[in-house]
Design a binder for this molecule. Structure first.
Ligand SMILES: Nc1nc2c(ncn2[C@@H]2O[C@H](COP(=O)(O)OP(=O)(O)OP(=O)(O)O)[C@@H](O)[C@H]2O)c(=O)[nH]1
Length: 366
C-alpha cells in the first residue's frame, strides 16, 4: 500500500493545487520580509526626523540639514517601495539605506554622540530583513566594520567622541545580541517549516482514502468543482466514470474481509495505472470508484471504461483463490447547458445500476 499511495496523491494534488509546502514557506517569508522592510523604513523615518528636530533645536544646522535630507530620502524610498509594490529587491534597498544611515551616524556621532546606539536597532532589523543566516552575515560585517572604525587609531572621518570603555562593551553587547536574535529567529523558522509540513500532511490525510491511497469522496467533489471553475466557458468539458465492483459482498463473505481489502487496493492500483496524470481516481464509496476525466467526451470515457473493465476482470487470474472479480461502469459527460454536477453524477450512477441490472461486468454510457 505504501508504494501504491504515491502516484495517486501526486495526480490528485495535480488537480487540486495544494502546492509545495516549502514554496509556501518561502512565499510567506518574502511577504514577511517586505512587511518588515516597511516597518524599518517607518522607524528610521521617525528616528531621523526626531533627531533632526533635536539638532535644529540645539542650533546644529549642518547636522539638522543632513538628518532632514536623510529623512527625505527615506520618505522617498518608502513611497517608492509602496508604489512599486512587493519586490525581492525591497529588503536589499532598505538594508542599503539603513547601512548608509548607520555609518553616517556612527562617524558623525549624530545628536549628542548617540550614533553608536543605532547599531542595536540594526540587529532585529537585519535578521528580519534577510533571515537568520544572511542577517547574521550582514551583522557580522557591520560589527567588524564598527570595531574597525572604533579601534583603528585616528580612523579617518570619525568625528564622534566615544568613551573607550563603552566601545569595547558595545561590541560585546552587539555580538551577543546578534547571536541571541539569530538563534531565536532560526528556531522560529524551523517551527514555521515544521508547521507547514504538518499542515500539508494533514491536508493530504484529509483528502486521501486510507485503504487505497486514492482521493476520497470529499476530494472528488472538490476536484469536479475545481475543474468546472477552471473551465467555466467550455462545453463538453469532462466525463465521469462510476465503477462498482460486482458481487463484492460474496467475495468478502467467501474469502474474508482482509482479502476483500486486498482486492480493493489492487483495483485502485489498476485504475490509477491505466489513467492519465490529470485524471482523478477516487474511492467514491465502499467498493465504488469515481474517475474524473478532464477534456474527455462520453465516447472517449466509454473506451477507457471498457479497457479498465477488462483489466479488472483479468485481475482474477492473479490470485491463488478461485475468485472472479469484475466491475460495472456507468459513464456520463457533463452538459453545462442542462445538467448540474449532481444531475451528472446521478446519471453516471443510474447508468452503473443499469450495467448491474444488465448482467454486471459491463459499461453503460447512454
Ligand atoms: N473488504 C472490504 N469490503 C468493503 C469495504 N467497503 C465496503 N465493503 C463491502 O462491499 C460490499 C458491497 O456489497 P453490496 O453493496 O451488497 O454490493 P455487491 O455485493 O458488490 O453487489 P453488486 O454491487 O450488486 O454487484 C459489502 O459487503 C461491504 O461490506 C472495505 O473497505 N473493505
Amino acid at each position: 500500500m505504501e508504494t501504491t499511495a504515491k502516484p495517486s496523491i501526486r495526480s490528485h494534488q495535480h488537480s487540486t493545487d495544494f502546492g509545495d509546502p516549502i514554496a509556501q514557506v518561502m512565499g510567506l517569508e518574502l511577504r514577511r520580509r517586505i512587511q518588515a522592510s516597511g516597518y524599518m523604513l517607518i522607524f528610521a523615518l521617525a528616528i531621523t526626523g526626531a533627531m533632526g528636530v533635536i539638532a535644529l533645536m540645539a542650533a546644529d544646522l549642518f547636522l539638522a540639514g543632513t538628518l532632514f535630507a536623510v529623512t527625505a530620502v527615506i520618505l522617498g524610498a518608502y513611497i517608492g517601495v509602496n508604489i512599486a509594490g512587493p519586490s525581492r529587491k525591497t529588503p536589499l534597498l532598505v538594508g542599503a539605506l539603513l547601512l548608509v544611515l548607520y555609518f553616517y551616524l556612527l562617524l558623525s556621532g549624530g545628536v549628542n554622540n548617540t550614533g553608536l546606539m543605532w547599531a542595536v536597532m540594526l540587529v532585529p532589523g537585519f535578521i528580519n530583513l534577510y533571515g537568520y543566516k544572511w542577517g547574521t552575515v550582514t551583522l557580522a560585517f557591520v560589527g567588524g566594520a564598527t570595531a574597525l572604525i572604533l579601534f583603528y587609531p585616528e580612523f579617518p572621518g570619525l568625528l564622534a567622541q566615544y568613551d573607550t570603555g563603552h566601545r569595547a562593551r558595545f561590541i560585546a553587547v552587539f555580538g551577543a545580541l546578534t547571536a541571541l536574535t539569530a538563534i531565536l529567529d532560526s528556531s522560529r523558522h524551523q517551527t514555521q517549516q515544521m508547521l507547514h509540513k504538518l499542515t500539508a500532511e494533514l491536508e493530504n490525510h484529509a483528502c486521501t482514502d486510507a485503504l487505497t491511497g486514492l482521493a476520497n469522496r470529499r476530494e472528488a467533489y472538490k476536484a469536479i468543482s475545481d475543474l468546472e471553475r477552471r473551465n467555466a466557458d467550455l462545453a463538453g468539458r469532462y466525463t465521469v466514470l462510476i465503477g462498482d465492483l460486482d458481487s463484492f459482498k460474496a467475495i468478502n463473505d467467501t474469502f474474508g474481509h482482509s482479502f476483500g481489502d486486498r482486492v480493493l487496493q489492487d483495483v485502485a492500483r489498476i485504475l490509477r495505472e491505466n489513467t492519465r496524470a490529470d485524471d482523478v481516481v477516487a474511492r467514491w464509496g465502499g467498493e465504488e470508484f469515481l474517475i474524473l476525466l478532464p477534456n474527455t467526451d462520453v465516447a472517449g470515457g466509454s473506451i477507457l471504461a471498457e479497457k479498465l473493465r477488462e483489466k479488472v476482470e483479468a485481475l482474477s487470474a492473479t490470485y491463488a483463490e478461485p475468485v472472479t472479480i469484475s466491475i460495472s461502469f456507468g459513464v456520463a459527460q457533463d452538459n453545462p447547458a442542462a445538467a448540474t454536477q449532481g444531475q451528472m453524477l446521478a446519471e453516471a450512477d443510474s447508468r452503473m445500476y443499469r450495467a448491474k441490472k444488465g448482467g454486471r461486468n459491463q459499461v453503460v454510457s447512454d
